[in-house]
Design a protein around this ligand. Structure first.
Ligand code: SAH
Length: 264
């Protein structure tokens, strides 16, 4: 199956460098859009030729889309003219996300897989304005995000994103519904911000502890975190330091941060 999206402004040829795999199945597009439940103000990332956009229009109160590819932008301006200035041409990773909408907005997209982790890290950074995300990403990354402790794929992203969002693996999508088909399977995830949750420890310290621990994930915490305590801490007194990072759940990482903070 080979399909181009023709328009008067030419056609949008899928570009590998931009992670372009166009979804060619309306039922799945509809299902993705239906998964978004917070619909007041919505930003779509990487609309491409608008397969999700067409189901979003009219179903959300305020819609903006951001697309880096000029050809796709030209296509959208022509076929989705009603969006007008709400079609933003630009790089999501370089845009100041605090200025997209006044107040809170949800994010949706069939994300370019080469930058899906970076997209999610940006969500984390701007989480005070982002209550919900529905995104299609590589299945493998989705599994990692939803992995429980003890799992080999449990990692930095799982813990940091999981600290602030409930992560749901919604459904798997086969490669043959894309043009061109990606080499990997895809999955749709939903992130729902935790509204009544506070870490209870210094956030910067928590991020530092998680990142440092996973940077040397084969070592016990006693060894990998040695550089993080400044004052007296007899790690031998605490069993937690005998563990490796993938064995710790969120509460234990918080506990660990609390212990380390005591030493300064
Ligand atoms: N939503 C469309 C296209 C998905 S492919 C569909 O489902 O068919 C991913 C899209 O993200 C492409 O259109 C690509 O041009 C766009 N994109 C890639 N990098 C981007 C970035 N940094 N900022 C905004 N859009 C980007």
């Amino acid at each position: 199956m080979k399909k181009n999206f023709t328009s008067d402004s030419g056609y949008v040829r899928p570009k590998k460098s931009l992670g372009q795999h166009f979804l060619a199945d309306d039922n799945i597009a509809q299902k993705i859009v239906n998964s978004l439940t917070v619909r007041h103000q919505v930003l779509e990332v990487g609309p491409g030729t608008g397969v999700l956009t067409k189901f979003l229009l009219g179903n959300v109160q305020q819609l903006k889309v951001i697309e880096i590819d000029r050809q796709s932008v030209a296509y959208l301006r022509e076929h989705y003219a009603s969006l007008g200035d709400n079609i933003l041409e630009g790089d999501f990773l370089k845009t100041d996300l605090s200025t997209i909408f006044p107040g809170e907005y949800s994010i949706i997209g069939n994300f370019p897989y080469n930058i899906s982790s970076q997209i999610l890290f940006r969500v984390l950074e701007y989480r005070s304005q982002i209550p919900q995300v529905v995104g299609m990403i590589q299945k493998e990354v989705a599994e990692r995000l939803a992995a429980p402790p003890g799992n080999k794929t449990y990692g930095i992203m799982t813990v940091l994103l999981g600290a602030f969002y409930e992560i749901e693996y919604l459904f798997t999508v086969n490669e043959n519904v894309f043009v061109p088909p990606p080499r990997v399977k895809s999955a749709v995830i939903r992130l729902q911000r935790k509204e009544h949750f506070s870490l209870g420890v210094d956030e910067k310290k928590f991020f530092e502890v998680v990142k440092t621990a996973f940077n040397q994930r084969r070592k016990t915490l006693r060894n990998s975190l040695r550089g993080l305590w400044t004052g007296h801490l007899d790690a031998a007194e605490y069993d937690i330091f005998d563990k490796r990072p993938e064995q710790l759940n969120l509460q234990e990482f918080i506990e660990l941060t609390r212990l380390l903070a005591k030493t300064v």
